[in-house]
Write a protein of this length. Sequence first.
Length: 284
Amino acid sequence: MKQRNNLQRILLVIAASFIMAANIKIFVRAGDMFPGGFNGLTLLIQRTASRYFGLDLPFSVINLILNAVPAVISFLYIGKKFTLYSGLMILLCSVLTDILPSLAITSDPLLISIFGGIINGCAISLCLFAHATSGGTDFIAIFFSEKKGIDTWNYIFLGNAGMLIVAGLLFGWDKALYSILFQFASTQILHMLYKRYQKRTLLIITDKPEKVYETIQTNTHHDATLFQGTGCYEGKEKNLLYSVVSADEAKRTIDRIRRVDPNAFINCLKTEQVTGRFYIEPND
C-alpha cells in the first residue's frame, strides 16, 4: 500500500512537471507573461539578463538556485518526503522547460493569460494532490498555513503583483497587466481544486450527539464541542455540536453524519482563520 502511494505521488509530480513546463513553452513564453512564484521570477531574471546584459541564462539553473533556501526551510519545518517530492517537481519542471520545444498556438494575450493561468493552476493543484509543491512561494504559503493556520494564497498573489510592477517598469505595462490576469486565473483554479488549508465550521443540531461526534472524530481526527439548548419552535431540548474541519473533509463528513442521523440539521460555514490546536494530516 505504501509503495503504491509513493508511485501515485511520483506519477502526479511527473504529470504536474510536464504540464507546467509545457504551459510555459506554449502560453507563457508566447505571450511574454510572468507566472506567479519563482517561475515568474526566474523568467523575469532571464529576460532582464538577455535584454540588458546580453546573457542567455538557462531556466533550470536560475530556478534551482532560487528554490534552494525555501527547500531547506521546507525540509526542516514541513517534512522530508514532502521536500524530496517537491525537489523532484522543481528539477523536472526546470529541465523540461529548457528542453521542450516552443509551440505558440495563439498570440492573443487575453487568451494566453486566461487559459495559461487555468492550466498553471491545474498543474499546481496536481502537485499539491501529490503532497508536494512547485517550489518557491508555495513552500512559504504551506509553511504559514500549517504553522500559523492562515490561508496565505491571496497574500502570495499580492506579492506576485509587486513583482509584476518591476516587470512592467522593465518590459512594458501591457505584459505585466495581462500577467496579473494570468495569476488571478491560476489562483482561482487553485482555490477551487485544492482545499486542504481552507477551513469549514460545522454547526450540527442532532438527537444523536454521541454517534455524530464519533463520525467526526473517526473521519477527520478533529474534536467537537457539545452545547445543550432548547428548540424555540417545539420547546424541546436540543444538542448542538460545534466542530471545525478542513474544507476538503467537509462534504465527506456531512454525508457520513447524514448516514447516522438523517434528521440532523447542519450549517456549514466558511472559516477565515483558526488559532489554537487544529489537526492537519502530515504531508509525509
